[in-house]
Structures are given as C-alpha cells and as structure tokens.
Design a protein around this ligand. Structure first.
Ligand code: ZN
Ligand code: ZN
Length: 58
C-alpha cells in the first residue's frame, strides 16, 4: 500500500514539462530555463553549457 502511494507521486513528477532532471541558464545571453539533457547548447546563441552557466533543479 505504501509503495502504491509512492508510485502515484512519481507519476505526478513524470508530468513535468521539462525533462525532470535539471535546467540551466545561458551565461552568455541569459536564456533559459533550458533542459540539460535535451539541449546541451543554448537554443538562442548556440553557446555550449559551461561551468559559468547556472544549473538548477527543474
Ligand atoms: Zn545563450
Ligand atoms: Zn556558459
């Protein structure tokens, strides 16, 4: 019974529009949030995510 409830919470989280992992913000143009797994590079300026780009939980 406890496990069923836990699975229900996971299903809700799976509905997140982002990939459910992390998002990042381009430090060059400031675009974001960008999905880390879906877009390794900025969709606006093409900058590849680097250590200066802010990464946060989705
Ligand atoms: Zn950018
Ligand atoms: Zn950067």
């Amino acid at each position: 019974m406890i496990s069923l409830g836990f699975q229900g919470q996971q299903n809700i989280m799976a509905k997140e529009p982002l990939d459910g992992g992390y998002v990042w913000y381009c430090h060059v143009c400031g675009d974001g949030p960008i999905g880390t797994s879906t877009h390794p590079a900025c969709v606006q300026c093409g900058h590849a995510r680097c250590g200066a780009c802010k990464v946060t939980a989705a």
